[in-house]
Design a protein around this ligand. Sequence first.
Ligand code: ADP
Length: 356
Amino acid sequence: MAEAILELGQVTKRFERTLAAHRLSLTVYRGEFFTFLGPSGSGKSTILRMIAGLEQPDSGHIRIAGKDVGTVPPWRRNVGMVFQHYAVFPHMNVTQNVGYGLRVRRRPAAEIRERVSGLLRLVGLAGMAEKNVTLLSGGEQQRVALARALALEPALLLLDEPLAALDEKIRREMQAELKHIQQKTGTTFLYVTHDQEEALTMSDRIAVLDGGACVQCDAPERLFRRPRTRFVASFFRGCNIVAADLLGREAGRARVGIAGQAVTVPADGVALPDRPRIDVAIRAEHLRVGRGAETCQTRLDAGLVEVIYRGTNVDHVLELPDGQRVVATSTQREAEGMGPRVACGFNADDVILLED
Ligand code: ADP
């Protein structure tokens, strides 16, 4: 059984009228890469700040390595932090920055030297030990901040949008590297981002936050394939949300009407509403157009509104018979040479029922 390194129990925090955390309960296990994903204002930073001890919850409890940290000050919690803006010490060189915490803790000089050079190798800064940090690029400064936080071997490393200020290419590189460093050190990472792709790429598990509440906590693949609510589904690019009729239910499945066509779709574990309407999600790559629709279980007659070339993929904007618009993505122009009416197809198992 994996060891729980962080336990949040019914943690609630309110700022006047805003709920920054709402009865948040979850467990993070040692060695996990755990991500809080949510839009701006959903409470991600406040939650990290409470775990770090920089903010106090109104109610609920936080345990780190089995110990309630309610009255424990930040510097005794054994957590490290890396922020979006490089919090490096400008008057120190790279080595001095990384060794700072170890010097404050009066570790022997030989141990500091050895540890710092190991960390610089780990974060890819081995050749820059004596460099002034202000001369480093943004990505390099974040490596310094990361190495400095790792130097004290924290039980938990909290990372608050650490890559958000970097440009796209460096960000992608750093994502892969962060994951690599996390695996190599075995440190538990608690990561905050609003970027769904970043969360999917790096995390072992993701908690999706909405108004301070956790609306779904799952492994990336599960979250991507089976978003539980409209909020979670709409977070992932390429997810069509379609209003459907709820026609009936049977063991593990439900019968829904999508733009007038009845389809029996998986409903395992879904809390179906009492009213006759339900939202469903269908990923854009699961909708097929024209000839591609011929092998699908369900086919609808749709209007072709627009074809958008996106390089690797082509988006087909379609209007379903009931007027709802959806996007079908494929690797080629499936509707090439077709008229204004096209077939749109999908398979029942690719329809995801969404809870409220
Ligand atoms: P996120 O990190 O997801 O963007 P935050 O945790 O920063 O969200 O903020 C959650 C909500 O709490 C927001 O509505 C924000 O305005 C509010 N908030 C955060 N800190 C404070 C504060 N010190 N005083 C008042 N409101 C705050």
